[in-house]
Design a binder for this molecule. Structure first.
Ligand SMILES: [Zn+2]
Length: 114
């Protein structure tokens, strides 16, 4: 099923297996949160996926599927947020080091002649 410019079939399984990269994941989540048809599609795939996983469990316990799915989506959103923050922080640290090195270079180049 294609919806908007996303091919949902190609995304749902990788989503359930945690294989989407950050940008794909974000686009996917934004889409399913606004598109009831795709959300429904995801719910169906999720129940199948979860059901298969349960077969491997020694003692299958009853689960609230809707809650599990929501938890999975929230977890994915939190992961994206955390990685974005980390990326921003890394960028800031790199620039801070460059600024310190540049200041030190200026000091050594011009400071001595003063
Ligand atoms: Zn859709």
């Amino acid at each position: 099923m294609t919806c908007g410019d996303l091919n949902m079939e190609e995304r749902i399984i990788p989503f359930l297996q945690n294989q989407l990269d950050d940008d794909e994941l974000e686009a996917f989540i934004t889409h399913i949160e606004h598109c009831p048809q795709c959300y429904e599609e995801l719910q169906i795939s999720f129940s199948l996926f979860y059901g298969l996983k349960m077969l491997d469990e020694e003692e299958p316990r009853p689960v609230h599927l809707q809650r599990e799915l929501e938890r999975m989506i929230e977890g994915a959103k939190e992961r994206i947020r955390r990685r974005r923050r980390l990326k921003r922080l890394t960028g800031f640290v790199v620039w801070a080091i460059i600024a310190v090195l540049a200041a030190a270079a200026c000091f050594f180049l011009f400071g001595r002649s003063l």
